[in-house]
Design a protein around this ligand. Structure first.
Ligand code: CP
Length: 309
């Protein structure tokens, strides 16, 4: 089987077979990162540009490591330090990179749809590393990989996603992906942060007014960061009230299944969306998510550059 897509913009357009194929490929790459020499020659001679026009720690570093562990040459470009500050457009920037014969562009941008727009002006394959409030497909894939290391299948699982659904590209990609794989997706958060018609993004997607109801009997509880940088104004009174009403803590986690796993894409606002003891507790798989990010990104880079399993 091959991954029959030129770009990866989001999970809204991937089938269950596509998603499982990426996850199986990632599983086979995971072992490379445990070796003393964490490198294979697979993409020797290939050139990958990391275009991060918005801050990132996990995604940027793991894409960089993924590409390097496959022996590709990597170069970084961002908003500051490039000719974008002199007024050059993003489209012109990418056309110039293409003239230098790059093989793949990984791109994070604060504008939803930026990778789609660029794809109309370049032949270079693009991986969306997060576009505004739209999608963050590699995050959702690494989330699914992590869930599958704790459960045999995603089908039929109760997965609660709590917090700032409206501004979360992680939530949107997970709603698409988890729903495609047959999970019951439960969404909860402040009413001001739940978009209308969000249930229509997939099968078995439901909004819960009370966070405790969303968590009840959940197999997975995924907490989201409040994306203050994307909000026009404060959509809740204070961090303290948010934590009391929508935050995960040692009391309300008791509503979930006894072996439920707790996830967060990072960065965490400790004491706001989750208490530190829950973030660092034994059910937390947050650092496993980060670990799987490298394998998932290795798989996608490999597959979009023509690899097959
Ligand atoms: N989860 C995530 O996207 O984190 P970064 O913003 O640090 O990449």
């Amino acid at each position: 089987m091959a991954f029959d897509h030129k770009h990866l913009f989001g999970l809204g357009t991937l089938s269950a077979e596509d998603i499982m194929f990426v996850l199986e490929t990632a599983k086979s790459f995971k072992e490379i990162s445990t070796r003393a020499v964490k490198k294979v020659p697979t993409l020797r001679g290939k050139t990958i540009v990391m275009g991060f026009f918005e801050p990132s720690t996990r995604t940027k570093m793991s894409f960089e490591m993924a590409a390097k562990r496959l022996s590709a040459d990597t170069y970084g470009i961002g908003a500051s330090g490039s000719s974008i500050v002199k007024g050059e457009t993003l489209i012109d920037t990418v056309r110039n990179l293409e003239a230098m014969k790059i093989d793949l562009l990984v791109m994070r941008h604060r504008s939803s749809g930026a990778p789609h727009l660029l794809s109309r002006f370049t032949d270079v394959p693009i991986i969306n590393a997060g576009d505004g409030s739209h999608e963050h497909p590699t995050q959702a894939l690494l989330d699914m990989m992590t869930i599958l290391e704790h459960r045999e299948s995603i089908e039929g699982l109760n997965i609660a996603i709590i917090g700032d659904i409206a501004h979360s590209r992680v939530a949107r990609s997970n709603v698409y992906g988890l729903s495609t794989l047959g999970a019951n997706v439960r969404l909860s958060g402040p009413q001001t942060m739940i978009p209308r018609y969000i249930e229509k993004l997939g099968k078995n997607v439901k909004v819960y007014e009370r966070t405790a109801d969303a968590i009840k009997d959940a197999d997975v509880v995924m907490m989201l960061r409040i994306q203050k940088e994307r909000m026009p104004k404060h959509l809740f009174p204070s961090n303290r009230e948010y934590a009391m009403t929508f935050g995960l803590n040692r009391e309300n986690i008791k509503y979930a299944k006894h072996d439920a796993i707790i996830m967060h894409p990072g960065p965490i606002n400790r004491g706001v969306e989750m208490s530190p003891d829950v973030a660092d507790g034994e059910r937390s798989v947050i650092l496993e998510q980060v670990n799987n990010g490298v394998a998932v990104r290795m798989a996608l880079i490999y597959l979009l550059m023509g690899g097959s399993k």
